[in-house]
Design a protein around this ligand. Sequence first.
Ligand code: 5GP
Ligand code: MN
Length: 315
Amino acid sequence: MFKEAREIVKNSKSVYVVAHVNPDGDAIGSTFAVYFALKKLGKDVHVIMPSFSSAFEFLPGVEYRVENVKEDEYDLLIALDASDRTRLAMSEEDYNKAKKVIMLDHHQISNPYGDFRYINDLKSSASEIAYLFIKSLEVDFDENIATLLYTGIMTDTGSFNYSNANSDTFRVAADLLDNGARSVEVCKKLNDTMKEAKLKLIAKTVENMEVYYDGKMRYSYISYEEIKALGLDDEDSEGMTNYLRAVEGTEIAVYVRGKSDGSLKVSMRSGGNLDTSKIAIAFGGGGHPRAAGYTMRESLEVEKEKLIKAVGEML
Ligand code: 5GP
Ligand code: MN
């Protein structure tokens, strides 16, 4: 399955690894796992990544992230967890410096790019695909690689609870545990620990909540000013949508947050039946049936009204 990709890796020396903007557990886990694997193969490898939530700082290797390409050209770019080139957390200029591009992704709808592509939406996460990729490179898993891949799979499957966690996913996770994945630490750091400010953000999310369609839709908007006032910033202001969805009867939860660059980021979660990716795509974004998002293009008032209408039509 990765035969051609293996050849490309074999013929490359300088490699950059990248994932999508707003890095989450899967983006961080899959890229740094591939980073350690390629290091073991003697490659000159770097991960390009913007800053992310401090909750992920305990993960191995993340202190080595860089924000751009130093060279005028490099042999290979490995892109993970990004369905669209424009979602990659790198400049177009740095993308174009790559002689070859490998794309590994698990999104349903994508805009493929690169010389070698492996896209499989039946896989739980980019980390599960990275596991197969690293295996095919015949690199031995170690504690760091295992912990990173485990993190990506755990976070993208809601701790193995969502429908994207199938029996293959559990088998991969079991193998990662056999290879030393620090699962207890990962769960403690990512599921059972938060800043006090984050708890206050949850309270604010509830305070700002609006309810539509007899409780089938829950919406909450938090401005960037409110986020700053809590002592938080872009990296720590996400993750609120699940709380809204958890309320019984919710078919769709929408969380909108202001960001430091003035943009408004929409995050949607489905209660099960409604396909949020359809809505996101219609608004210029993307995602999965149960989790999708986009950045608003017009004013909050206009976009909010359009969104409420679109949801009403789907319900
Ligand atoms: P989240 O709500 O966690 O920010 O995003 C949920 C999912 O929606 C992500 O895993 C990603 O697949 C997708 N997504 C979020 N924002 C965007 C966007 O602006 N564009 C695209 N194409 N996908 C997005
Ligand atoms: Mn992912």
